[in-house]
Design a protein around this ligand. Sequence first.
Ligand SMILES: [Zn+2]
Length: 134
Amino acid sequence: MARAKPKVKVKLVTHDTELPELGQAAHVALLTLGATGCNTWKALVESPEVWERVLLTAEQQRLIDEHPYVLQHLQRAPLRSITVCDVCGRWALAVKAPTKGAKCTLIVGCTGTLFYASKMPKRQVKVAAGVPSA
Ligand SMILES: [Zn+2]
């Protein structure tokens, strides 16, 4: 049973599971855009043939399914991502990461920390415990 279709190299995406859930959804989405060669979620939705280039885990698919409202704002180039607070859950569009450990400015009085969804895959880095950030 030979298949007529040429083989497509399927990519897995490695997202940052330490982000707040909405940030994870945005990270999965940005990596999916990168793997499929699409610049925006709209372009991806309109190109169902590129979906076979990427393989998501059940958890990654769930993240995307549960946060569709943020996906439409994301863009690879020029980059448009989000920062999201780990306490109040509010989010804002962002083009670069906030200072490491930056406190939430999205709602008055929130003590949360802002997290940024990068367009780059999660790197496996060791973080020394107890070292204050610069
Ligand atoms: Zn907050």
